[in-house]
Design a protein around this ligand. Structure first.
Ligand code: G3H
Ligand code: ZN
Length: 280
């Protein structure tokens, strides 16, 4: 069932577990994430990024409607989140397209400009009924480059939350976007300091590159919403590659998309078991 993201995150925080938020590009991705969550018996967040919307010719409505329909048919709680939104115009379309939450990403701006732009977006988002996440201390690698991570300053993070009214804060603690190797090391001392300083739930981006034991420790340390994208695409694309290699005469896309969706669902199930402490 479609469920407000804020409720899913609040419940995860109450239970001391991670809330898995998985990036969705196509309808098969949405189906995979939801069936993976159903297999794990966990709530889940489907997130569609501004980049994914760009892939759909800049149109939010078709992919949002597909993800929403999949969410509504689910037996577990499913949140719908618009991710890494830099465009004000796109941010303002979120609520009308069924999203319970959005991440307003002004993290590339200088601190004062980030505060001003985010506070304004939060006011508009709250008026529309959205739960709003934002970011302080840019998480590296967004454009594929593996930059050495900037770190979020705890005092600045507390002031940022106070000044903007955000409902959740993405922090830079050592992860990096789009990693295909799981060898990121997180700064657990910093996670603890941020957890003590910041009143709202903390969000980890770039979690595909973080090994399971590091993810468990991050959740124990107070990170709540855990964003995973690349790991799903590794499973999805790997399955397609293998299916086509098995039969190079294949023409019907269902032949390889079925196995891709299946393998992606398994990746989601495994990740949720790690985040919720079902496997240790
Ligand atoms: O916002 C989405 C995520 O931060 C996903 O990052 O693709 O590196 O797992 P990832
Ligand atoms: Zn991210």
């Amino acid at each position: 069932m479609l469920t407000p993201t804020g409720e899913i995150v609040a419940e995860a925080r109450r239970l001391g577990v991670g809330a898995g938020a998985f990036n969705v590009i196509t309808v098969e991705h949405a189906e995979a994430v939801v069936s993976g969550a159903e297999a794990a018996g966990c709530a889940v967040i489907l997130q569609i990024s501004e980049n994914a919307v760009r892939f759909h010719h800049g149109r939010l409505a078709p992919i949002a409607a597909a993800a929403r329909a999949v969410a509504e048919l689910s037996t577990v709680a499913v949140g719908l989140h618009l991710d890494h939104v830099e465009s004000d115009e796109l941010f303002d379309q979120a609520a009308a397209n069924g999203f319970g939450s959005a991440m307003y990403d002004a993290s590339k701006l200088e601190y004062a400009d980030n505060v001003a732009a985010t506070a304004c977006a939060v006011a508009r988002g709250h008026a529309a009924g959205l739960w709003v996440e934002s970011e302080l201390g840019e998480v590296g690698g967004k454009d594929g480059a593996h930059k050495p991570g900037v770190r979020t300053n705890p005092a600045e993070a507390a002031a940022f939350v106070q000044a903007t009214g955000v409902d959740a804060l993405a922090v830079a603690v050592g992860s990096s976007h789009a990693m295909t190797n799981r060898d990121a090391r997180l700064d657990h001392e910093l996670i603890e300091l941020l957890h003590d300083a910041v009143s709202v739930p903390l969000v980890l981006h770039g979690s595909s590159g973080v090994p399971d034991d590091e993810l468990r420790a991050a959740v124990r340390g107070g990170l709540v919403k855990i964003n995973i994208g690349t790991a799903l695409n590794i499973a999805f694309t790997g399955a397609i590659r293998a299916a086509i290699a098995r039969d190079v005469t294949v023409v019907d896309p269902r032949k390889y998309l079925r196995t891709a969706r299946h393998d992606m669902a398994e990746t989601v199930t495994k990740a949720l078991r790690v985040l919720t402490g079902a496997t240790s």
